[in-house]
Write a protein that binds this ligand. Structure first.
Ligand SMILES: *[C@@H]1O[C@H](CO)[C@@H](O)[C@H](O)[C@H]1NC(C)=O
Ligand SMILES: [Zn+2]
Length: 383
């Protein structure tokens, strides 16, 4: 009886060792991919939107508990009347100096002068650095944040850093380093003349890593008309290295561009290997107990909550994912049970085989697993 238990335990260990050695082989091959991608190119190409799972193993902060984007469940937000209003300064730029518009392979980015600031809304003044966009395809709307599980077609992020730090890179890793203003972009009946100032230049930067200059203009007009109603929560960069240093402000009022303009954003830019740059949005992340505050009374406090009937059938993303946790636990126990049965039947089948044979086999399966690569602090992209 004792021998039986010992053999079962040993086989368990062997199964575990085999499983971990095959997963370390996967790690190895993905690192080789990285090497090929970054050859003759910049650090930014070490990650992509098609394999967001891999961000978790390559960038430790991406595994944190305050990640972005999130789904905003409007039934679960907290009205906070003391949230100070957002006041912007210096957004009304003149034609010169010109602004640089850049296709960095992950997004369309406009660099902004440090004269642009958020002067009230936070404990410190926050200085603008750049703005950029996230989008999907005509069939697959690509905002990063969702409201009651619904994606908007696109999302604008205006990235600011705390004026107590010297620059964006220094601030990006500090707890109070960043404030990002986010706006949802939807489809309207009319052309949006302000967005056209950016979108009309896309044909000049279709190639990855290319840039162009556009005349300065009133950047305030890229944001929604009303900045009064917004959601606020503590989150992260939505791209590696996923630093959890962003105070997020997402405006309730949305921006409208024409169908043609949205298509221009979705269809103009190319990324590596001349592929279309689209679907550059990260999947919603778990809240892990974080609270989403609002500066305005929501529908749920005044009556019926917003509806999203088509998506409601799938449940909320947050619930779905924590439900998945239990699912994994159940499967794990199921597998353990099955393995026990298998092991027992294997034992009865191979009773005659000697213990030393098992030992020899298991040794051959042990493969050294190297420690995971860590974040390169010089390769911070903030998107
Ligand atoms: C928030 O947005 C919704 C949907 O666009 C709108 O109906 C509502 O009036 C807005 N509330 C505030 C306070 O801006
Ligand atoms: Zn972004």
């Amino acid at each position: 009886m004792l021998l039986l238990m010992f053999l079962i335990l040993h086989l368990y260990l062997q199964v575990l060792v085999t499983a971990s050695s095959s997963s370390s082989e996967e790690d190895g091959s993905s690192e080789r991919d990285d090497g090929e991608h970054s050859k003759g190119s910049s650090h930014q190409h070490q990650w992509g939107y098609h394999d967001q799972e891999r961000w978790l193993s390559a960038f430790e902060h991406c595994r944190g508990k305050s990640q972005s984007p999130i789904n905003i469940d409007t039934r679960k937000v907290f009205y906070e009347p003391r949230l100070p209003a957002i006041q912007l300064e210096g957004y009304d730029l003149t034609g010169s100096p010109a602004l640089t518009l850049f296709n960095n392979g992950h997004t369309l980015q406009l660099s902004l002068p440090s004269s642009m600031r958020i002067v009230t809304g936070f404990d410190h003044v926050y200085v603008a650095a750049q703005l950029h966009f996230h989008w999907g395809t005509t069939a697959d709307p690509g905002s990063e944040h969702t409201v009651d599980k619904v994606h908007f077609p696109a999302e604008i992020h205006v990235v600011h850093y705390n004026s107590k730090y010297a620059n964006l890179i220094e601030a990006a890793s500090k707890a109070d380093g960043l404030a990002v203003l986010g706006g949802f972009i939807g489809i309207g009946l009319h052309e949006n003349d302000n967005y056209e100032k950016i979108l009309s230049a896309l044909k000049d930067i279709s190639k990855e890593e290319s840039n162009t200059e556009i005349p300065g203009f009133n950047v305030r007009h890229l944001l929604p008309n009303s900045l009064e109603g917004f959601y606020r929560y503590a989150g992260s960069l939505t791209t590696p290295p996923c630093f959890q240093t962003v105070s997020w402000t997402l405006f309730n009022d949305s921006i409208r561009v024409s169908r043609r303009q949205l298509a221009a954003l979705e269809d103009s830019l190319k990324t590596e290997h001349n592929k279309l740059l689209s679907k550059n949005f990260r999947a919603p992340q778990l809240l892990h107990g974080r609270k989403v505050l609002t500066s305005f009374r929501t529908a749920s406090t005044t009556g019926k909550a917003r509806e999203a009937p088509r998506l409601e059938t799938h449940g909320s993303g947050v619930m779905k994912t924590s439900g998945a946790k239990w699912h994994i636990l159940a499967i794990t126990f199921g597998v353990l049970f099955a393995v026990t049965l298998l092991v027992f039947s294997m034992y009865t089948y191979r009773q005659k085989k000697k213990y030393s044979k098992f030992k020899k086999d298991s040794k051959q399966n042990v493969i050294y697993k190297p420690a995971a690569k860590d974040t390169d602090p010089t390769s911070v992209t903030v998107t």
